[in-house]
Ligand binder design. Structure first.
Ligand code: SF4
Ligand code: SF4
Ligand code: SF4
Length: 328
């Protein structure tokens, strides 16, 4: 269950770019062949499906990494139909569900990666009331799943995934496959630790305003947006540091509140969007009281350091405090 947003997002990666990985421009990486329906020249059909069928039959001739985009529906509650399809069964002509493919390919894959929040935790499609019973890959395969390479599911959340976060993760896995990197470090939510260890707030360009209790009251302001719905202080995401594409953008940095799109609790636990987060009312009240005083003191110091020292003048005497050893 996907909008293809993650595939589109990944085409913007630069660290490294998809093209550099596929063209073999990164020293030490194994040769990579990419099979993605959005990026494949045939846009589907048997030619596109061939490597997937070969992987099923152990005829691919090389290890593969299975990347899932979008959430996984519950086909146990599909009634007489099916929620997804990915090619047909050649024998019966019946559609093959994405669950059918995951059941067979995941145990054979050297590594299994969930790209985007839908694949990682269920995301938008799995919000309360979802009729398809959607879930993330770890809820589907089990949180203790291990791939053929002995690796847990690797979650790279984001809606969509930040392109360089995804490519950096895949690059680590490829180096690991080549024996040039240790086991990829993951946190309890199976996210790469070096990408999701900090909060949005810790990297935000507006954090100085927060610390001084200086808050935006509408979306035209360059100040901290916690009072108009930003969840940044409690959300694990690095886009305020890394930007969206090639260092550009990054939600709160450029005026968008953080709605927690990388988080396992997204979207339900962050709704209604644009209301002040509950904890934010308490913390911003404290910061506002202390920040008002700090701002006043800082403005006094700021005026002081905005003036040059008095001894810089063109008068007849030296007033710098210089103490000559010998009289002139
Ligand atoms: Fe689309 Fe977001 Fe889901 Fe990716 S995580 S498939 S971008 S809705
Ligand atoms: Fe923190 Fe959001 Fe304010 Fe940035 S805009 S400083 S992330 S609360
Ligand atoms: Fe999603 Fe918030 Fe990160 Fe923006 S800053 S990408 S809304 S988690």
């Amino acid at each position: 269950m996907s909008c293809d947003g993650d595939s589109v997002s990944i085409t913007a990666a630069t660290l490294p770019s998809l093209e550099d990985v596929v063209l073999g421009n990164i020293p030490g990486l194994p040769k990579v062949h990419l099979h993605n329906k959005v990026l494949h020249h045939s846009l589907g059909g048997e030619e596109f499906l061939r490597p997937f069928r070969q992987a099923l039959d152990d005829e691919l001739g090389a290890p593969f990494v299975l990347v899932i985009e979008g959430s996984i529906p519950n086909e146990n509650i599909n009634g007489e139909g099916y929620w997804t399809s990915f090619g047909n069964d050649p024998a019966t002509g019946e559609p093959l569900t994405i669950n059918w493919w995951i059941d067979r390919l995941a145990p054979k894959a050297w590594a299994v990666v969930a790209a985007g929040t839908c694949a990682a935790y269920g995301g938008i499609h799995a919000m309360a009331g979802n009729p398809t019973g959607c879930m993330g890959l770890a809820d589907y395969l089990g949180w203790d799943f291990r791939s053929a390479g002995g690796i847990p599911i690797v979650n790279v959340p984001g809606c969509p995934v930040q392109p360089d976060n995804f490519m950096e993760t895949v690059t680590w896995l490829l180096y690991q496959a080549a024996g040039l990197a240790p086991m990829i470090p993951l946190d309890e939510q199976l996210r790469p630790t070096w990408l999701f260890g900090k909060t949005v707030h810790e990297g935000c360009d507006r954090a100085g305003y927060y610390e001084q209790g200086d808050f935006a009251l509408d979306y035209n302001s360059p100040k901290c947006q916690v009072k108009i719905g930003c969840w940044g202080p409690v959300v694990n995401c690095n886009v305020t540091k890394r930007g969206w594409m090639d260092g550009i953008g990054g939600c709160p940095n450029v005026g968008g509140i953080c709605i927690g799109c990388t988080m396992p609790g997204f979207p339900d636990k962050f709704m209604p969007f644009m209301d002040q987060p509950p904890g934010g009312t308490v913390s911003s009240s404290f910061t506002q009281a202390y920040g008002a005083m700090i701002r006043r003191l800082r403005s006094i110091t700021n005026r002081t350091v905005n003036k040059e020292p008095r001894w810089r003048h063109n008068r007849g005497e030296l007033t710098t405090g210089y103490n000559p050893r010998w009289p002139r």
